[in-house]
Design a protein around this ligand. Sequence first.
Ligand code: NAD
Length: 478
Amino acid sequence: MLAKIDLPFTMTIGGRSVPGVERFGVINPATASVFAQAPDCTREELDQAVAAARAAFPAWAATPLAERQAMILRVRDVMVENQEEIARIIVAEQGKPYAGGLGETASLVRWSEAVAAMALDPVVVEDTAKARIVAHRVPLGVVGAITPWNYPIVQAFWKILPGLVAGNTIVLKPSPLTPLSTLRAGELLSEILPPGVLNVISGSDRLGPWLTEHPGIDKISFTGSTATGRRVMASASATLKRLTLELGGNDPAIVLPDADVGAIVEPLFRGAFRNAGQICAATKRIYVHDSLYDAFRDAFAARVARAVVGPGDQQGVEIGPVQNRAQYERVLALIADCKTQGYSIVTGGEALDGPGYFISPAVIDNPPDTARIVVEEQFGPVVPLMRYSDVDDAVRRANDTDYGLGGSIWSADPIKAAEIGARLDCGTVWVNTTQQLSPDAPFGGHKQSGIGVENGLPGLHAYTQFQTLVMLKPGTPQ
Ligand code: NAD
């Protein structure tokens, strides 16, 4: 199904297509071999990108909001016109099934329309005979946007859309493991955006730190692991850059005693194994009440065992490869630790034959709370099930983590479930579902899962700062 991808992927700097003086190979995780080259941005090229963004900022910031909003809808149109090509690139570089690649662009329709409809109205604090005081939201300047490898297009546009609507210009850096779809988006959008408004650069591991320490950047919007988030925060402190950090998660699901096992197996399967489990807000620990633990474990394991694993370009595949060798080895090491410690693996957990990074999806049966597979973010196709008998204890165990991104409660009584869910210390609580996201709902982490939010009006506001205008009326004494 996938045509060969032989595009000369280029960076977009100041509206120009820049092949880069250095390049690096990009690996297809289904074959474990290099299939394309991406530019390895040099310091000089980064300086050019930041300079282009700075030069474009005054005019873009002065462009009326309505025009910036209209531009976002043109961005949507360009992406939709090219969604098949983008999806093919995502499958090749990221590994997910083709429908998931298409879904990344498809979700942008709703996102762009929602962001384009958001108002940035000034707040009139006082308007009297003496004075008029108005708090305006103005853009920050140049945003450095850094994205991970699990959803390259979704993560990039969660930053591009609000960043541009708010009047900022952007230097965007995708993960070196999945740079191509983002580079291609930059090339396509250079046809409609003014030069320098959106610059897309790619590079090896040296590039992220160069970007976060660059004095020409005013804000970093970062999505990635908690460990890297700490480094980004430290680096950004030198010039007091504004920060949004969307970091890792270890989301618990709590299945209450009144849950309908037959109804919850499929959504929990998808919650844990969609995108091969490589989602920040994937269900990463499942606590099941003792009274239905065995029934749930057996039905869930049977569903997981039926999952079709294979290359994302094959029809019917549900779970693709793990995206990269380091993550593949990390997930296999977590599974090996379960074996060494004597925990029962109900299904899966094997490295599959072939060159790609395929692992049969695994379910671990009631490991202790101290197990690595419970404590650490696995970010892969393996999930532990844990028994509990007391709901308060389940909530305590679910909260016993430095992460706090999301969590879910499963019950026949959604009101009761929502009350219990409110006791989870996390940014999003789902009841009888998971990973339902809305462009109008703030999404972000508590604790070490992040700082700030994306999406919703607060997500747009994160790309602005206040400028308060205090104006004395004529004749008013000082
Ligand atoms: P990562 O932290 O390794 O890399 C993320 C990005 O940061 C990449 O572009 C990388 O090149 C860059 N980077 C690496 N070191 C850097 C440094 N020192 N300075 C600046 N940039 C640097 O994360 P990953 O492995 O690509 O992604 C997986 C992680 O991302 C998981 O922990 C997952 O939970 C998290 N994630 C979070 C969200 C969210 O919204 N909270 C969404 C998706 C993924």
